[in-house]
Write a protein that binds this ligand. Structure first.
Ligand code: HAM
Length: 424
């Protein structure tokens, strides 16, 4: 019979890697909290329409990557491919819509995209994001970038670059789109069928191509920068000025567009030299004024970013999980089990990590297992110790041991595991 294996593009998080992922996540939430962002959690499944409307029905995410199925009630539901749409829905659907603005929210959790799996690219991956909802000031765009920057600094991630662009708004983007269409249409026959479809439905989608021929064709075409209306130009200048105040270095990237349709004006990504090429950004975000209206709610502006935790974990310093000092409590013979269980319990109350070895093995075997488990201290309780109301406390690194009264054993073992002097 063939063995059952995990789905392609999904990962099992084993303890060391998971500990690192959790540290990266906790550090991101803490950085966001310093800026006033409070954590929110939304469901993993949502009505499909939330994403088709928010992310856009010409995007790769919606056309090719969503895990969509009909549930038993006959409703089309989708495993969330991103967090922003759901956070906005939660904001607008509940009491947060009345909270003082901007409403600053952070979130983390698994996201699902049926993407081509590769290094740092999964079908189930984890994002940490923030959204600041209800305020249009461009200084808020710089704030969410500063949250990301401060997090990366806390993690000791260096070698990152922030790429910034304005992709215009409803006033100026149509003219850019028309200019782009004029430039590309004569070359349409040379494009792949998928790119021809994109050209027809949403030519802006072509800007984030990785195809070198198309890239050089685009380089010779119009840029959004020369099409920005005065309001968009002023907003970009204010984002830049605020970034300078925050001390966040950036470069303007005129070709930067994002893979989701909801952005207006500010769009940004943070890249890392080690993740270039086929890889994507460490994190990305931007402003999405108008998105709430698209979802059928009273409109409110907003801005945010999301980062891939797998990608950030690959780069985070101090990646080895700190070893947890452990005590092995071993009973030798059935009469010692009760004393061992009580001793283990007392040690755990003192905050120690304790593994109990209560089975019918020899003292030698138990000491070997204690060593292999990474324990630094073993407490041995055999028939002799039970009779004398004592415990043998052994320092496994120094290979020294002492017999102490049962009542003193927890304090002795706890002090030893904390690095205090060896007993005896
Ligand atoms: P996104 O650029 O689609 O933006 O994703 C953000 C980040 O999620 C990426 O930069 C990447 O680190 C990570 N990511 C995306 N796809 C994968 C994958 N298949 N495997 C591993 N990591 C991945 C958004 O999702 C927007 N909601 C960001 C945002 C928040 N905009 C405003 N607020």
């Amino acid at each position: 019979m063939t063995s059952i294996q995990r789905l392609r593009g999904t990962a099992d998080w084993l303890p060391d890697d998971l500990a690192r992922l959790r540290r990266v996540e906790a550090s991101g939430l803490a950085a966001a909290a310093r800026f006033g962002y409070r954590e929110i959690a939304t469901p993993v499944i949502e009505p499909t329409e939330l994403f088709t409307r928010a992310v856009g029905d010409t995007t790769d995410i919606v056309t090719h990557q969503m895990y969509t199925f009909t549930d038993l009630g006959g409703r089309s539901v989708t495993l969330r491919p991103e967090g922003t749409a759901a956070v906005l829905r939660a904001f607008a659907e509940g009491p947060l819509r009345q909270a003082p603005r901007p409403v600053r929210l952070s979130y983390t959790g698994p996201m699902f995209r049926h993407d081509r799996p590769g290094r740092g690219r999964y079908r189930q991956f984890h994002q940490l994001g923030v959204e600041a909802i209800g305020e249009a000031d461009p200084e808020l765009d710089a704030e969410v970038i500063a949250v990301a920057w401060s997090w990366l600094a806390d993690l000791g991630v260096s070698g990152t670059s922030l790429r910034l662009n304005s992709i215009g708004d409803a006033t100026c983007r149509p003219a850019f789109r028309a200019a782009l269409l004029d430039h590309l249409t004569p070359h349409a026959a040379g494009l792949s069928p998928l790119d021809q479809e994109r050209l027809r439905r949403n030519p802006l989608r072509l800007l984030d191509t990785k195809d070198p021929d198309l890239l050089s064709l685009l380089a010779a075409g119009p840029t959004i920068a020369t099409h920005l209306c005065p309001a968009c130009r002023e907003a970009l200048a204010r984002v830049e000025a605020a970034l300078e105040e925050y001390g966040v270095p950036y470069q303007i990237e005129p070709q930067l567009v994002r893979g989701l349709d909801y952005y207006v004006r500010t769009a940004f990504e943070v890249w890392h030299a080690g993740l270039e090429g086929a890889q994507n950004a460490l994190l990305g975000g931007g402003r999405y004024d108008g998105l709430l209206g698209t979802l059928g709610y009273p409109d409110a502006p907003g801005v945010g970013f999301a980062a891939g935790l797998e990608r950030i974990s690959l780069l985070a310093a101090g990646s080895a999980a700190p070893a947890i000092a452990t005590i092995a409590v071993c009973s030798l013979g059935p009469a010692a089990v009760a004393v061992a269980v009580r001793l283990a319990d007392a040690l755990r109350r003192l905050g120690c990590t304790v593994v109990a070895d209560l089975g019918p093995r020899s003292a030698r075997a138990k000491l070997r297992r204690a060593d292999a488990s990474g324990a630094t201290v073993a407490c041995l309780v055999g028939d002799d110790e039970v009779g004398r109301k004592t415990v043998t406390v052994r320092d496994l690194r120094a290979a020294t041991q002492a017999e102490v009264a049962v009542a003193d054993a927890p304090a002795t073992a706890a002090a030893l595991v904390a690095g205090a002097a060896a007993p005896g």
